[in-house]
Design a protein around this ligand. Structure first.
Ligand code: RFL
Ligand code: PHB
Length: 391
């Protein structure tokens, strides 16, 4: 088997890359460990930056997103029982974000790839990458129990944080920067109309809470919890009670409850590997970096990486010039670190840290007061949240 670009992983990074390459006339094969159904149901992100939305629209995969996505021009920061709106539209010259579930983006991309006769091999096993520091990169894997080998010009490691591509690179050539967050998020999907038109990020002395949504009928809510939190200890009524407490407001705002249809605990970490490339292997998305979800950036960062990579590969195939490919990591990392900074700042402003004392709490409240009362500070939040310019 042979192709131009061998892509490991059919998440947002792998599928957007395959789609962009196709539009430039470059062939790829996507190898995915999970089933198509699993990829299309996996509950993940929900906030798309303007740049991500524009890219999906411009490349012809935005139709369902335009119909079903919810466009938001602000968020609420809630603390000390009061809500404060950050008005993105006014602060960023008209930009906003779109609420549209990651697994819906995945469905749209898989449909587009298959409609264009693109190759995505689902449920492949024992994927391993070889020869990327020489002239003949290959990917070995098992398909229906049979050993296969895919020869390619370049390999894109889009296989997420627990994938095989990053560990295949000589560790002596990589530097890892990381910080574990001492907490996690307990997330639920509920059959309840969202209690607010826009997302609410709430600071509370019992811990952070977030009200988000997926549709006019489905709410998505999160509570800060311990990383080793046992879901058994969280029956639905306890989750709702805790959400009611942390999201409570002084006015007559009400949190609407409903049947919980999905529940999970997500650990949080910050992670970056440098460089994001080794020879002919390029890492993109969560394979190269993880941000805590407070800034809603993971998916958007994955899309930003592969946009840079697709352009570099297109230049290579058009002219034989490796310049943009050689600059791939450096170009991506500038954005990655700015997004790490923003995600960490949002996380540290809004979460309760173990061992925090009353001084820390007062400082966090002052930070929130500043962000919601200074135009300069609010604008900083807004321009990062809607997404920094692509390049
Ligand atoms: P993915 O989505 O993890 O896809 C990797 C794919 O590779 C496959 N794979 C393999 N395939 C073959 N062989 C192997 N050895 C393989 N190992 C793995 C996997 O099955 C999978 O299909 O990585 P990608 O494409 O880099 O995309 C990253 C995003 O998925 C991630 O950053 C976001 O979901 C993060 N995130 C959010 N990002 C946002 O931009 N906005 C949000 O609002 C947001 N909210 C979130 C989030 C992530 C969350 N969780 C669960 C971590 C909320 C949560 C709760
Ligand atoms: C989500 O809707 O899943 C979501 C929204 C905002 C975040 C993280 C996750 O910051």
């Amino acid at each position: 088997m042979r192709t131009q670009i061998g892509i490991v992983g059919a998440g947002p990074a792998g599928l957007v890359l395959s789609h962009l390459l196709h539009l430039s006339g470059i062939e790829s094969v996507v190898l995915e460990a999970r089933s198509r159904d699993y990829c299309e149901q996996r509950i993940r992100a929900g906030v798309l930056e303007q740049g991500t939305v524009d890219l999906l629209n411009e490349t012809g995969v935005g139709e369902r997103m335009r119909q079903q996505g919810l466009v938001h021009y602000g968020i609420e920061l809630r603390f000390a029982g009061r809500g404060h709106r950050i008005d993105f539209k006014e602060l960023t010259g008209g930009k906003g974000v779109t609420i549209y579930a990651q697994h819906e983006v995945i469905k749209d991309l898989i449909n587009a790839r298959l409609a264009a006769q693109g190759q995505i091999l689902f449920e492949v096993e024992d994927v391993s990458v070889h020869g990327f520091d020489g002239p003949h990169p290959t990917i070995r894997f098992q398909e229906d129990g049979e050993q296969q080998e895919l020869g390619c010009d370049f390999i894109a490691g889009c296989d997420g944080f627990h994938g095989v591509c990053r560990p295949a690179i000589d560790p002596a050539t990589l530097t890892v920067y990381e910080r574990d967050c001492p907490f996690a998020w307990l997330g639920i999907l509920a059959e309840a109309p969202p209690s607010s038109q826009e997302l609410i990020y709430a600071y509370h002395h019992r811990g952070f809470a977030l009200l988000s949504m997926r549709s006019p009928q489905i709410s998505r809510l999160y509570l800060q919890c311990n990383p080793e939190e046992d879901l058994e200890q969280w029956p639905d009524d306890r989750i709702w009670r805790e959400l009611q407490t942390r999201l409570a407001a002084e006015n007559d705002w009400k949190l609407i409850e409903g049947p919980v249809i999905q529940k999970g605990v997500t650990g949080m970490r910050s992670f970056v590997v440098e460089p994001m490339q080794s020879g002919k292997l390029f890492l993109a998305g969560d394979a190269a970096h993880i941000v805590p979800p407070t800034g809603a950036k993971g998916l958007n960062l994955a899309v930003a990486d592969v946009r840079v990579l697709a352009r570099a590969l297109a230049e290579f195939y058009a002219s034989g010039n490796m310049r943009l490919l050689n600059e791939y990591s450096e170009k991506c990392l500038r954005r990655v670190w700015k997004v790490q900074r923003f995600s960490w700042w949002m996380t540290s402003m809004l979460h309760r840290f173990q061992g925090a004392n009353p001084f820390d709490e007062r400082r966090q409240l002052a930070e929130l007061d500043y962000v919601t009362s200074s135009r300069a500070a609010a604008q900083t939040l807004a321009e990062n949240y809607v997404g920094l310019p692509m390049e």
